[in-house]
Write a protein that binds this ligand. Sequence first.
Ligand SMILES: Nc1ncnc2c1ncn2[C@@H]1O[C@H](COP(=O)(O)OP(=O)(O)O)[C@@H](O)[C@H]1O
Ligand SMILES: [Mg+2]
Length: 220
Amino acid sequence: MIQLNNVTASFNGHNVLDNVSVQINPGEFVFLVGQTGSGKSTLLRLVYMDVTPTKGNVIVGKYNSETVQQSEKPYLRRMLGIIFQDFRLLEDRSVYDNVAFTLHVTGTPAKDIKKSVLHALADVGLSHQRNKMAHELSGGEQQRVVIARALVNNPTFLLADEPTGNLDPATSLDILQLLKGINMRGTAVIMATHNHELVKKMNARVIEIRDGKLVEVKNF
Ligand SMILES: Nc1ncnc2c1ncn2[C@@H]1O[C@H](COP(=O)(O)OP(=O)(O)O)[C@@H](O)[C@H]1O
Ligand SMILES: [Mg+2]
């Protein structure tokens, strides 16, 4: 479970989020919308505890932003698959290695790495491309690798920050459908986007950030 309780988040004295509360449960699909600069990325960064609230608290599973230790954050983040706005792959490494990379860093045993990576690549429909170099793939395929990398720890929540920001409309729809499939298999998805056309294509919960407040949007 993710909870924001009366959270204010400020930069240089300006409240990006102003006393907001929201709960997101395992298994949900949530769109997070709002104009550029409205605070979508900030909200996601609060959830993975890269930004600390100025007031209020954020609870993710057993972790609370008021008490979490720096040393606990890697464990917290294993519950969260994170797709950053400016996704980066290691261009000169294979698809397989890109997905395996984080597991090597965290010291996962080799046989578990192989199983997890092949599973994540199957989830995004890229098993057949696993030996290609990242730079040999199309933009949409590269974004699938990024999603596989985020899924490799089998997270409870997938946080996707503008995952279709650099993609054409058809490829964006493919990625949305992929995320929907991942959600149907049990992973909660929180997707920040300002692409209204995409949001309208799916019947999901929509939370809009408007002037620092959160508004649950019905019938988007
Ligand atoms: N690290 C930071 N330092 C200062 N200001 C920031 C920082 N991160 C975000 N902001 C400001 O907070 C506001 C919200 O940014 P952001 O969360 O990135 O919005 P969005 O993702 O909706 O475009 C913007 O005005 C941005 O300039
Ligand atoms: Mg953003």
